[in-house]
Design a protein around this ligand. Structure first.
Ligand code: NAP
Length: 265
């Protein structure tokens, strides 16, 4: 039996990069998506190939669930346990950007509610459900491979960088930082490590509409490592946690941002 990872929003973008990286490590992966079944199926195929390239054999399952919906979240966790009877790693990755971006003096409540439901409430209660199942399982842990469950949440530099044209997005990402602190504090007694990964500017469908603007900013030195980040950059950071390379850490923030978070003079 392989270890099992559930990656929300892994049909495309960063989630796909994370699923591929975990498949290379030999995780069975559950690829969650909201609507794009074709992309999710492609991720599943890629995961099996990625694992094969490392001489590993894994299972990749696809499951449609809107993480802002409580019934869907329950079905997603049930599916995970029906299919694999264990969950070693939850990666809260699914998230959306406001459409369109709007100045905070004009942005509307509809966009705010959408951001909160998908980007914050969804991961918060999915984490609660997954944590309870993990705790239950720790009373009678599977022997092989050893059970050492973890939770990772993908936030953003928007957790602390104020962008006045997408205030609702920033607020949800800053909430995810507190989500990580809260669950890290609550779950440490069970040995469940909880981590936040804070990506910078990563090339995905989400950032495609602002590509030219960011190309220019990066070239002008917005941050020290002058290139776009990739989904694989984030996937590798997830693997460091998943593979137990940070055993004396929890509630930790891992910046995957080309050095954007540094103050320089
Ligand atoms: P993306 O390319 O737009 O992909 C979004 C993924 O989330 C897709 O798989 C989508 O599924 C899924 N999704 C959307 N709404 C969902 C819902 N309600 N329930 C379940 N899944 C849902 O975005 P991305 O750039 O990879 O971003 C992934 C995460 O990283 C987000 O949380 C984002 O805020 C964060 N992030 C991104 C960047 C960046 O520069 N790209 C930087 C920092 C943080 P479908 O394919 O079915 O639509």
């Amino acid at each position: 039996m392989n270890r099992v990872a559930l990656v929300t929003g892994s049909s495309r973008g960063i989630g796909r990069g994370i699923a591929n990286a975990l498949a290379k490590l030999g995780f069975n992966v559950i690829i969650n998506y909201a609507g794009n079944a074709e992309a999710a199926a492609q991720t599943a195929e890629q995961c099996i190939e990625s694992a094969g390239s490392e001489g590993k054999s894994i299972t990749a399952e696809v499951f449609k669930a809107d993480i802002s919906n409580s019934d869907d979240r329950r079905r997603l966790i049930e599916f995970t346990y029906d299919r694999f009877n264990r969950l070693d790693l939850l990666v809260n990755n699914a998230g959306v950007a406001p459409r369109p971006r709007a100045d905070i003096l004009e942005a509307n409540e509809e966009s705010f509610d959408r951001m909160i439901h998908i980007n914050l409430k969804g991961p918060y209660f999915l984490t609660q459900s997954a944590a309870n199942k993990m705790i239950e399982h720790l009373h009678n842990p599977p022997a092989n491979p050893p059970y050492n469950p973890k939770i990772i949440t993908i936030s953003s530099v928007s957790a602390y960088a104020a962008s006045v044209n997408r205030g609702d997005y920033c607020i949800t990402k800053s909430g995810l930082s507190m989500l990580t602190q809260l669950f890290a504090a609550r779950l440490s007694e069970f040995g469940i490590g909880v981590f936040e990964i804070r990506p910078g500017i990563i090339a995905t469908d989400m950032t495609a509409p602002v590509k030219e603007r960011y190309d220019k900013l990066i070239a002008e030195g917005l941050y020290p490592i002058k290139r776009w980040g990739t989904p694989d950059d984030v996937g590798r950071a997830v693997c460091a946690v998943a593979d137990d390379l940070l055993p004396f850490s929890t509630g930790e923030v891992i910046n995957v941002d080309g050095g954007f978070h540094m103050r320089t003079l």
